[in-house]
Ligand binder design. Structure first.
Ligand code: GLY
Ligand code: MN
Ligand code: MN
Length: 461
């Protein structure tokens, strides 16, 4: 964990922002795979980590904004636990690591909530994504789990988002460590990307690196020669010459900060003329979007810069036609780039997505579009110094989408459907980097991972 002052300062700031009421931060519990004692790799809740930092199951943090006091509830380990798990710290010593001096057995949280409810204190909580914590809240508040849906505290959500959005120096250092692990993962994937290798072998090798050097992957690795499926989690194919392998993979550091990087490698390491044509378009979209990133410009502006580069590139190759600005305004380019340019990155790979995408990336003035493609943009607001974003343009040949649009004669004034056929074996290409917004511009985080055609061909030699 970070030094206790980091957590004390964060909680003090939240107290200042919230002023009144009681907030519950439910830590996660172990999640069984197939029977209670056989659990998935434990992942602590990110908001609990942010304010309390303790990375063990079965804890809850409470901040009382009226009294200014913070509490941690949890159970001390007993001798049976120690026999199986080894010596364990006492809860009060753990709590001191994040600067909390008030601890109590977990069951005592009921008394605190009973008292708060009796006094009609406002109770704040964040949206819950795990069944156990939905049940905990339901029991503490005396409401059925279904009655809780949509009743999370918008004030608390917004305060937490305002804090977690602006990364501290120590957080940026952690994200850069996570990218360092991603460097090894991606360079390994590139050098293994050869004819006859099974995707699963590369997937296993790079997830192993994430575990060997950090807390594991920041999301299940996407690795496939069928990169046209944006989040392809099947790894059954044998690599064949003529195809391209999309690797979208990142790691978590031991403190659970994430990286999220995508590279696309031709099987065998040498780009064909056609692969290079499409790759250079996506690379230009990636580099130009990054170049434009600075405080004040919005993620929507950056998204549109990238979409126009993809549309212009496709027009230059004869796959699109007509006016590029009009094509992008109407959404025709989304046949080839149906997703958003990127998202925030931090303790979560899609940072704070559990708190509600529209709370993070949209507001009363900027509403989410319902246009296909643009509607997937997770964040549309202006950048601020301290934001960390992914920049991840792509170009995809999705047979089902192409067939549908062609059969509907959709955007025939912008798309040359007859020309697309010869590019289908490309599948998909995506290039993703992690970028910090600085006071005056931006900084691409981490050690540069091979990205140009020449760099990738060289590493694959
Ligand atoms: N790793 C999934 C994404 O890039 O959003
Ligand atoms: Mn990614
Ligand atoms: Mn991403």
């Amino acid at each position: 964990m970070f030094r206790s002052e980091v957590y004390i300062k964060r909680r003090e700031e939240l107290h200042r922002k919230m002023k009144t009421g009681l907030a519950l931060f439910a830590g996660n519990v172990d999640s069984p795979m197939n029977y209670p004692a056989n659990a998935f790799h434990f992942r602590q809740d990110s908001d609990f980590l942010y304010f309390f930092g303790l990375d063990i199951p079965g804890l809850a943090g409470v901040m009382d904004f009226d009294s200014g006091k913070d509490h941690i509830f949890g159970n001390d380990f007993d001798m049976d636990d120690i026999v199986w798990m080894g010596p364990q710290p006492m809860l009060k010593d753990l709590a001191l690591k994040c600067g909390v001096t008030s601890t109590a057995p977990f069951i005592k949280i009921e008394d605190l909530f009973k008292d708060a409810l009796a006094k009609k204190k406002r109770i704040h909580f964040l949206p819950q994504y795990r069944g156990e914590n939905k049940i905990l809240l339901s029991s503490l508040l005396g409401k059925k789990p279904l009655e809780l849906a949509g009743s999370a505290s918008v004030d608390l959500i917004k305060s937490v988002i305002s804090m977690r959005s602006i990364k501290e120096k120590v957080e940026i250092e952690e994200i850069e460590k996570a990218i360092e692990i991603a460097y090894d993962m991606h360079v390994t994937a590139m050098t293994m990307c050869r004819q006859g290798v099974k995707e699963q072998e590369i997937f296993g090798a790079i997830e192993g690196i994430a575990l060997a050097k950090g807390a594991g992957v920041s999301f299940p690795t996407i690795l496939s020669i069928n990169g046209q499926t944006l989040h392809n989690h099947s790894h059954d194919n044998i690599l064949k010459k003529g195809r391209m392998m999309v690797t979208d993979a990142g790691a978590e550091t031991n403190l659970h900060y994430a990286s999220d990087i995508t590279r696309t490698t031709p099987v065998g390491g040498k780009f064909s003329k056609q692969q290079k044509e499409i790759y250079e378009i996506v690379l230009q979209a990636n580099t130009e979007a990054i170049k434009a990133a600075r405080p004040g410009i919005s993620n929507l502006d950056i998204h549109l810069i990238a979409c126009k580069i993809v549309a212009q590139g496709m027009k230059d190759l004869g796959l699109m036609k007509g006016d590029v600005d009009e094509a992008v305004a109407e959404g025709a380019h989304a046949l080839f780039m149906p997703h958003g340019i990127g998202h925030m990155l931090g303790l979560d790979v899609h940072d704070m997505e559990g708190l509600g995408e529209n709370h993070i990336g949209y507001n009363d003035d900027v509403k989410r579009s319902d246009q296909f493609g643009l509607s997937f943009l997770r964040f549309a607001l202006p950048y601020k110094p301290g934001h960390v974003f992914t920049v991840e343009p792509g170009c995809y040949f999705i047979p089902e989408l192409i067939e549908k649009w062609q059969s509907e004669s959709k955007f025939t004034s912008f798309i040359n459907f007859s020309k697309i056929e010869s590019y289908m074996s490309i599948g998909g290409i995506r290039i993703e980097d992690d970028v910090l917004i600085t006071d005056k511009g931006h900084r691409v985080l981490g050690k540069p991972i091979p990205k140009t055609v020449k760099e990738i061909e060289t590493i694959c030699l």
